[in-house]
Ligand binder design. Structure first.
Ligand SMILES: CC(C)(COP(=O)(O)OP(=O)(O)OC[C@H]1O[C@@H](n2cnc3c(N)ncnc32)[C@H](O)[C@@H]1OP(=O)(O)O)[C@@H](O)C(=O)NCCC(=O)NCCS
Length: 196
């Protein structure tokens, strides 16, 4: 059993916060951008699917006590994107009790190249260890160099791959990266499909 993540977290430049109804429009604009969604299995999202995703994010906060935060500069202004903790739909083997928890990030295109994703991800990891997670995973398409660079800056390492079947088009092979809580002893994964 893990603890509840705070509704707000702060870094030197950023605020991670729970979602507001006025986030829906900038969230949908980010999710409709083909460049942002290039390595996401769904591809660009239309408004209804983007709104439904926000509802699932809030539902996860309610059910699990953690989720993806909205990301903005400390001084406020436009939504930059999201970062936080979510349980992936793909069954990923967990090391420790409960399901594997993924650290995820997505920024609107003009917020790339400022170090915001790595800064927000470090704050997310601090929370992950504080609420008692033993490990976080990250699922990244091998062509997503920017996302891999963020994960590697955090110290995450590739431990295997998992197949992701798309509704339309081919099956993707996704990299599974992991990071254990500092000081956490290695233990074999439990549950979910075997990694190759
Ligand atoms: C993945 C993603 C969040 C990475 O964003 P990013 O801006 O490249 O990553 P960071 O926030 O860590 O920024 C790093 C860059 O900021 C630069 N930077 C500028 N100012 C900086 C500062 N003050 N501190 C740190 N880095 C800084 C770094 O030099 C680095 O530049 P580089 O890209 O030229 O190497 C972004 O590409 C994205 O949203 N992609 C689409 C969605 C997606 O694929 N999500 C992941 C699915 S697995």
């Amino acid at each position: 059993m893990t603890g509840r993540a705070p509704d707000d977290a702060w870094t030197a430049r950023l605020r991670l916060r729970r979602w507001r109804s006025d986030d829906r429009t900038p969230f949908a604009a980010m999710n409709a951008d083909p460049e942002v969604m290039r390595h996401i299995a769904t591809g660009p999202l239309d408004r209804a699917v983007s709104d439904a995703m926000l509802e699932r994010i809030e539902d996860e906060w309610t059910r699990r006590g953690h989720g993806l935060w909205a990301l903005e500069r400390r001084s406020g202004g436009m939504l930059l994107g999201f970062c936080g903790l979510a349980v992936p739909a793909l069954g990923i083997p967990a090391r420790g009790p409960g399901p594997a928890v993924e650290i995820g990030w997505r920024l609107r295109r003009d917020a790339w190249g400022h170090g915001y994703a790595t800064e927000a991800a470090r704050a997310t990891l601090d929370v992950a260890w504080r609420i008692g997670l033993a490990e976080v995973v990250c699922l990244v398409h091998p062509g997503n160099e920017r996302s891999l660079a963020v994960a590697e800056r955090l110290g995450m390492r590739v431990t295997g791959t998992v197949k992701q079947r798309l509704r339309r088009g081919p099956t993707w092979e996704i990299l599974v990266l992991r990071l254990r809580r500092p000081g956490e002893a290695a233990s074999p994964p439990t549950g979910g499909p075997r990694l190759p």
